[in-house]
Write a protein that binds this ligand. Structure first.
Ligand code: NAP
Ligand code: ZN
Length: 358
């Protein structure tokens, strides 16, 4: 294959609606695979990014020069062509691509399976709105095809349908990694804050790991779903009694909320030595009251997706436990409408774009 143009959906400018465009995909290098994209999940990070809500945040500055942005880092598809030295995949394989498509491969983190925390050059290369080794912008999964290095693709187990698998590439690994790191399992009480794309995978995975799972949602609107997904308990955070009843309860709280919460109220729900892991990336800083942590030696931590090896481990875990995302498949022309529904917490529980409609 030569350098070619493929169809995609892109935000042409900050806050602008997404529209169909064509983008270049690079010529297949020796270690590259060409993937025929079947499905791409819509992550709330896609929305934060194209609306430039992370303009000044941390190490993910999105500036006007990044546009047009083709979002999408929950990609599932089928390999159609492989480079001359590819050894891991062949045509016909079912594969996924997540949030990054390259890293330095040489730093301590890359060598120990923490490539999402790559400290070398070029650092972790985001699947979209990043810059690849070739100096070209990266474009994500709202597209018909993608070319990636075989070392940054994942194998999707046969038992998982491709549409339900796509969201595992971000939502799945983002919850699996901290749940594994902080040892969610039998005897552990875990709370998942926010029952959206990330949260619903958190409930499924924590339950499969054997933990006692509680959902903390804004209301009881989705309680039946939460219990069906594997939660043991479900409480509304709009009810102040929730915070009294659950004080000092949890070993681990994973906060998936995309907006600013009063975290200090949630710290009080941790046991002595409990940890609250921040996963959501709201636009504004989150104020911390020191006494809420100091009093019970509590920890406040963060976690970013997971490494490539751990993402494969997560996919295999989901395959063994029969887990996939609960999804609503949409056509590409519905992307802008789907964004509004995500913002209104009206998603059960992930929108997945059928790439054949692009
Ligand atoms: P999502 O599907 O929109 O889910 C977020 C959930 O947060 C909503 O379903 C809602 O749950 C709750 N929520 C929303 N607005 C709220 C508000 N004003 N007050 C209280 N609760 C509210 O989003 P997502 O795709 O799961 O992503 C969640 C966040 O994680 C985003 O900020 C995203 O950028 C970030 N993220 C981080 C990583 C990482 O590596 N750390 C990876 C992917 C995404 P209820 O209706 O149940 O209350
Ligand atoms: Zn994501």
């Amino acid at each position: 294959m030569t350098h070619t143009s493929v169809a995609a959906y892109a935000a042409p400018a900050p806050k602008a609606p997404l529209e169909r465009i064509t983008i270049p995909r690079r010529e297949l290098g020796a270690h590259d695979i060409l993937i025929d994209i079947k499905y791409a999940g819509i992550c709330h990070s896609d929305i934060h990014t194209v609306r430039a809500e992370w303009g000044d945040a941390g190490n993910s500055p999105i500036v006007d020069g990044n546009f047009p942005i083709v979002p999408g880092h929950e990609i599932a598809g089928v390999v159609t062509e492989v480079g001359s030295e590819v050894s891991r995949y062949e045509a016909g394989d079912r594969v996924g691509v997540g949030c990054f498509v390259d890293s330095c491969r040489e730093c301590e983190n890359c060598k120990s399976g923490l490539d999402q925390y790559c400290t070398g050059e070029p650092g972790m290369v985001n699947t979209y709105a990043g810059t690849g080794r070739d100096g070209q912008p990266t474009y994500g999964g709202y597209s018909t095809h993608i070319v990636v290095d075989e070392n940054y693709a994942l194998r999707i187990p046969d038992g998982i349908p491709l549409d339900g698998a796509a969201p595992l590439l971000c939502a799945g690994i983002t919850l699996y990694s901290p749940l594994a790191h902080w040892k969610a399992g039998p005897g552990k009480k875990v709370a998942v804050v926010g029952l959206g794309g990330l949260g619903h995978m958190g409930v499924k995975i924590a339950h499969a790991m054997g933990a006692e799972v509680t959902v903390l949602s804004q209301s009881l609107r989705k309680k039946d779903d939460g219990l069906r997904l594997g939660a043991d308990h479900y409480y509304a955070t709009s009810d102040p009694a929730t915070f009294e009843r659950l004080a000092g309860t949890f070993d681990l709280i994973v906060n998936t909320v995309s907006a600013n919460l009063d975290l200090n109220a949630y710290f009080e729900l941790l046991k002595t030595d409990g940890t609250l892991v921040q996963l959501g990336v709201p636009e504004n800083p989150l104020p911390v009251a020191p006494f809420a942590l100091i009093g019970q030696r509590r920890s406040f931590a963060g976690s970013l997706i997971g490494g490539i090896a751990e993402t494969q481990e997560m996919l295999d875990f989901c395959g063994e436990h029969g887990l996939a995302a609960d999804i609503e498949v949409i056509g590409a022309e519905q992307i802008n409408e789907a964004y509004e529904r995500v913002l209104a917490s009206d998603v059960r529980y992930r929108f997945v774009i059928d790439a054949s409609t692009i």
